[in-house]
Design a protein around this ligand. Sequence first.
Ligand code: HMG
Ligand code: MG
Length: 298
Amino acid sequence: QWPKSIEIVEVGPRDGLQNEQDLISTPDKIRLIQKLAESGVKRIEVTSFVSPKWVPQMADAAEVLAGIQLPDDVQQIALIPNEKGYERAKECGVNAIALVVGASSTFNQKNINMTTEESMQRLRPLVEQAKQDGMFVRAYVATTFGCPYENEVPLSKVLTMVEQFLAMGADEIDLADTIGIANPKQVFEVFTKAKAEFPQASFTAHFHDTRGMALANTLAAMQAGVTSFDTAIGGLGGCPFAKGAAGNGSTEDLVYMLESMGISTGLQIGKLYEAVDILLPLTKRQLMGHLYKVRDNG
Ligand code: HMG
Ligand code: MG
């Protein structure tokens, strides 16, 4: 049984651009985000308020937010790692934040410079404050399906974090395959279990396509009842602090697959190609998406 529609959250401007070595100008980022919004996507991770020493590419988060003008019904999400990030985001008028904690503590140390437990403890009052401030809170559990530094990430640890995030008041749980190591059977099992244990929770899946498994994993998550997915334009993306991480599943590839299955996404593929055209000259990397490469073949 397939769903009638699927929600896509565009994470390219955040997850994608954060991994670009050469600085991309603020106007170019704004142009890309504006074009993405033209595609009809209703949720975009536009930037992150992280340390500019750790991720210089995201240093212009405030300028990007000030420069974009999106329709009122497009949610603009900013990723934040800590209190300072939260204050910076709030000052910019952000009303949707994404938190990230690794289920693997080794990964979390490398990414946020805290253990998993330290992160969860520090985020509790932060989420409380965010809810008082009327923010929408999405919470990533990174390395849900595997970690480049720890051999195994127990599902019980992931589920405990889901429970803790929900208890804090998070509105959405995003289970992420940070390094693209998940397989469809595992994805089906993890989401089936998570949804059974937390039937009221909103789950999103975030797949990196390192090993070409993102679409297969998406289908497996759909079979488990997931209807919300993060993707990045062109298949851009990757976490600079996760060894071997590559791009996210590509937005236009997912739109093509779903629409050809008769499942509505609300996104126009032509506009996504226009966004790829903006992106291509900005990156030296080979984009991981498939579809834009054959777009002229009919
Ligand atoms: P730290 O060095 O431990 O920070 O880094 P600190 O608290 O000791 O502060 C050191 C300095 O940084 C201080 O400044 C702070 O003010 C400043 P100084 O006194 O030296 O001048 N600082 C900040 N400045 C701006 N914004 C902030 C901020 N916080 C502190 N928010 C920290 C800890 C969390 C800051 C750092 O580790 C960091 O920024 N990490 C973010 C790394 C990142 O962006 N990773 C990629 C995103 S996560 C991801 O991609 C995974 C995901 O896609 C899901 C998946 O695929 O799995 C979401
Ligand atoms: Mg990611």
